[in-house]
Ligand binder design. Sequence first.
Ligand SMILES: Nc1ncnc2c1ncn2[C@@H]1O[C@H](COP(=O)(O)OP(=O)(O)OP(=O)(O)O)[C@@H](O)[C@H]1O
Ligand SMILES: [Mg+2]
Length: 376
Amino acid sequence: MRVAELRLLNFRAYPGAQVFLRPGFNLLIGDNGAGKTSLLEALATLALARAARGGLSTELVRWGASEMGVAATTWRGEVEGRLEMRWRAQPPAGRWSRTLRAEGAPVTPAAYLGRLRVVSFWPEDLGLVKAGPEPRRRMLDVVLCQLYPQYAQALSLYRRALDQRNSSLRAIREGRADPAELSPWLEPLAQYGALVMSHRERYLKEAGPLAQRAAGRIGERTPLELRYLPGTRGASGEGWRDRLLGALRDAEEEEVARGQTVVGPQRDDFEIAYADRPARQYASQGQQRTAVLAVKAAEVSQHLAEGGQSPVVLLDDVLSELDRDHRRGLLEVLGEGMGVEQALVTATEDSGLEEAIGPSQVLLVSGGEVRGGPGS
Ligand SMILES: Nc1ncnc2c1ncn2[C@@H]1O[C@H](COP(=O)(O)OP(=O)(O)OP(=O)(O)O)[C@@H](O)[C@H]1O
Ligand SMILES: [Mg+2]
C-alpha cells in the first residue's frame, strides 16, 4: 500500500503542512531539527491512532495548540482510502479527546486500525538487542495492533484492568482496602492477558523463520532465532488463561507487598539468539545490527502474509547510520526481496543515499515546510 498525500495540523513543530508522496522511495532531506522525523512520526501515529514511539500522544501536539490532526489519502491496490485522526483539548479540565475517521465517517478504533499499515525503523531501534524489554514489547504491540484489531482491543482492556488492580493493590498495602477487592480483576486480567500473550507467542513463532531468512540475505550465516519470554515464567496450565490465573494466585502475596501486579504480559520480553546463544551477550555489533534489520524485515513479511499488502516502510536516519554492507542488505531485502511499494527515508544530507536507493523523490524539509527537491 502507499500514501499519496499527508496533511498535518499542529503536529509537533508543524502548524500545518501538506506533503505529496510518490510510490517507491521518498527521500526527506533537511538539517537537524528541520522536521523530518516529525513527518514519519505523523504517519506512524495515524496508522496506530496513538504515539508510535512511546510517550504520550499529547506530546505530539504543537506547543500551545488545543487541537492536533493528521490525515492521509492512501491507496491499497486500486482502492483509494481517506483516514483522519484528530485530538482536541476539552475544556475546562484539559482532557484530550480523539476522533478517528475513515472515508469521512467516524469509526471505532477496531474499524480503523489496519487500514494504514506502517513498519517504522527509528534510530533507537538499532539498539533493540541490548535495550531493556520495554522497546521490544512496544515493537510487538505496534505490529500486532495493526495486524489484529482484536489484539489492540484486548491490550487496551488489559491495561485498564491492570491499572485498576494496581490501585487496589496499593490500597490494600496501605490498609485502605480489603484483599477481597482484588477478585473482580482476576477474570478480565486472565482473559485479555491470555489474548495478548497468545498473539505475541504466535507472532514470534512465525516471525522467527522470516527473520532468519532476512538475516541470511543480509549475509549472516549463523541461524537466528526469536524466543518468546512470557511474563509468567514457570507458571503451568493448559492455555495462557490458566497459566495467568495460576501465576496471579501464586504471586498475590508478593503483589500486595509491592503494591503492583508482577506477572502478566506487562512483564513479557523476547530474546534474539544466534545458534541458541543470546545475541545480547554474545553477538558482535554487526551481528546485532543484522538481527535488528532481520526482525524489522520479518515485520514487513508478516504484513505481506497477513494482509496481502506491503506496509509503508519508514526509515528514520537509519540508512545513514548503517555501513555499506548492512545498507545494501536492508535495501535488497525490502526492495527485491519483498517488493515494498513505498518507503520514506530521512537523512540530513544526500551523501550517496540516492545512489544506494535508486531513483526516488527528494523532498527538502526546513523550518516546518516541505518542498519538492531537484529529484522530484
Ligand atoms: N510538541 C511540539 N511542539 C512544537 N515543536 C516541537 C514539538 N515536539 C518537537 N518539536 C520540535 O520539532 C522540531 C523538529 O523535530 P524533528 O525531530 O522532526 O527534526 P528532524 O528533522 O528529524 O531533526 P534531526 O535531523 O535532528 O533528527 C524540533 O526542533 C523540536 O524541538
Ligand atoms: Mg530526526
